[in-house]
Every structure is written in structure tokens, then in C-alpha cells.
Design a protein. Structure first.
Length: 304
């Protein structure tokens, strides 16, 4: 799918005539990919990398344009079952055009920071800034889900809740990896700011982006460490609960075996004391009860 845009009154607006300075290709088909390679001389490998969710962020300098790939969070769907994934976005900057390639149909030019754009460089940087904001928003959602699952686990230690926590932990690892990959790209942009002809405002924006990305990574790291610690604690609690349960069952088993032994001893088919006594049944039951009480006192004395 192809969507052209222009910069009109310092805002990104859809192009009316089908031609624009900002060309957005959403999951381009074979015909569109061939057109991009032949018309704009895009490297075919870089083009395919822009659509690869596992590709690392990078910056490349071509003869007539700049190629940049960075990570963005993928829109969450119920089919993912609490697994948050990442996608890649490709940005190709020419002197008079900006080509953006994404996998999913998302509104990439939304947010208050797009209310005032002055150049294609500005848009390129604000696309990176938008991805950081999306990561932060998703991290907040993951933290809320983690708190909700933790409350459910405190009431019912079911496997599905533990698996949900594991899935969220896996998502945070994906996000940490993606954000760290973006950090390398941002650092490379800062080093090559003069070569990219960034204006003073754009350099300041790049510094802000670097700080926001660093904070985003730290936040993801903290959430990941907390969730990992909680999962380890839950595993220890489950193991301890199992030990307590086995201990209780063993005590109950022994308490049942002691009076059973007394009763069995008086039920043998041989001559035994009290077999002709009129109160033999009650005496034997008394011995059984005394044996249970004796074991209970011994158990308390040993502090089992």
C-alpha cells in the first residue's frame, strides 16, 4: 500500500495529487519493491531488512541517499496472548524526498511533536522519537498487566498466571533488545550530525531523543528485573508450599498409622489380653486415642 504526504504549513498532510515529498509504503508488494529498487536505487537487501522484524537498527550512507533502519513496537493483538513484539521501520532520506517503509498500516505521523515540522530531517528524527514514545506507552501497559497478574496469583496460584508472567518477561527482553539497538543508531546519528547537515534545532532534538531512549531502556530494564525477581519468588513460594503440603500429609499419615497399629494388634486371631473383657472395645479405642495424643505431644515437643 502506498500513501504520499507533503509538508503543508509545518504539518504532514496527505498529498492530494498522489505525489508527495514523503512516500510511505506499507508492506510493499513485489511490484512496489521492484519500483523502489529501480526508480530510487534502493539497495534490495536494505529494503528487505526494513521489513524484517529481527533486523538490527543501523545507518548506512548511499551515494544519493541515507538509509536508516530502527525498531518500533508492534501493535498488540489478542492473538499474541500477552506477548508484545517489535517491528522494523526503514527510512530513506534523499535531498527532496523521504521514503518510509513499514510492515503494518499505522498512523506514523501522529502526536503533538508532528504539529510543527520544518524539514525532512526533522520528520526523520521525530519518527524515531515517536517509536520511543510507543515503547514507553507499551512498557506502562506491561507493568499494569504484571500488577494485575500478581494480584490474581496471590489469590490463586494457577499455571496460566505464571505462564502469563513468563510471557511478559519475554516481551520485556524483546523490548530491551530493540531499544538497545536503537541506542546504537542514535549514537551514530550524533556522530554524523555534521555530515547529515543537521540544523541546531535538529541537533538539540537528537540530544533529547538520546536522553529519552536511555530513560526508556532503563525503565524496561527495571521492569524486567522486577518481573524476573517476582517469578523467582513465586517459584520459591510454590516450592515451599509443596514442602509444607508434603510435610502435612506425612504427619497425617503417621497419625493414622499409630492408632491403626494398636487396633490391628488387638484384632489378631490368637489369644490376646482383654479378649473376654466386656469393655474391651472401649479400652482398645482408648489405647488408640492415647497413642494419637502421645504422638501429637511428641510432634509439638520436636517442633515439627
Amino acid at each position: 500500500m502506498f500513501k504520499p504526504f507533503n509538508i503543508t504549513e509545518n504539518k504532514v498532510t496527505p498529498a492530494q495529487n498522489g505525489k508527495g515529498t514523503i512516500l510511505v509504503y506499507i508492506n510493499p508488494d513485489e511490484f512496489e519493491r521492484k519500483f523502489l529498487v529501480e526508480e530510487f536505487k534502493l539497495d534490495e537487501h536494505t529494503l528487505n531488512s526494513a521489513l524484517d522484524a529481527d533486523e538490527l537498527s543501523r545507518l548506512e550512507f548511499e551515494p544519493d541517499h541515507i538509509a536508516m533502519i530502527f525498531k518500533i513496537p508492534k501493535n498488540y493483538t489478542e492473538k499474541e496472548l500477552l506477548l508484545f513484539r517489535v517491528n522494523s521501520m526503514g527510512v530513506f532520506l534523499f535531498k527532496d524526498k523521504l521514503i518510509v517503509i513499514v510492515n503494518d498500516d499505522i498512523n506514523i505521523f501522529h502526536g503533538k511533536h508532528f504539529n510543527k515540522v520544518v524539514s525532512l530531517n526533522d520528520i526523520m528524527l521525530k519518527l524515531i522519537f515517536t517509536s520511543i514514545i510507543h515503547f514507553i506507552d507499551h512498557l506502562k501497559v506491561i507493568n499494569m498487566l504484571s500488577d494485575e497478574i500478581e494480584k490474581k496469583i496471590s489469590h490463586a496460584m494457577e499455571n496460566k498466571y505464571l505462564l502469563n508472567q513468563f510471557t511478559l518477561g519475554k516481551s520485556l527482553v524483546y523490548y530491551q533488545n530493540a531499544i538497545n539497538s536503537n541506542t546504537a543508531l542514535i549514537e551514530k546519528l550524533k556522530l554524523n550530525a555534521p555530515k547529515l547537515n543537521f540544523a541546531t534545532d535538529e541537533v538539540e532534538l537528537l540530544d533529547d531523543i538520546y536522553i529519552e531512549n536511555a530513560q526508556c531502556y532503563k525503565q524496561a530494564e527495571i521492569y524486567s528485573n522486577i518481573l524476573a525477581s517476582l517469578m523467582d519468588a513465586k517459584a520459591s513460594i510454590i516450592s515451599n508450599n509443596l514442602n509444607v503440603l508434603m510435610k502435612t500429609l506425612n504427619i497425617i499419615t503417621v497419625m493414622i498409622m499409630v492408632p491403626t497399629f494398636v487396633v490391628s494388634a488387638f484384632s489378631m486371631n490368637v489369644g490376646i489380653p482383654l479378649q473376654n473383657h466386656p469393655l474391651a472395645f472401649f479400652i482398645i479405642m482408648g489405647f488408640a486415642l492415647i497413642s494419637v495424643l502421645s504422638f501429637f505431644i511428641f510432634w509439638k515437643w520436636k517442633k515439627w
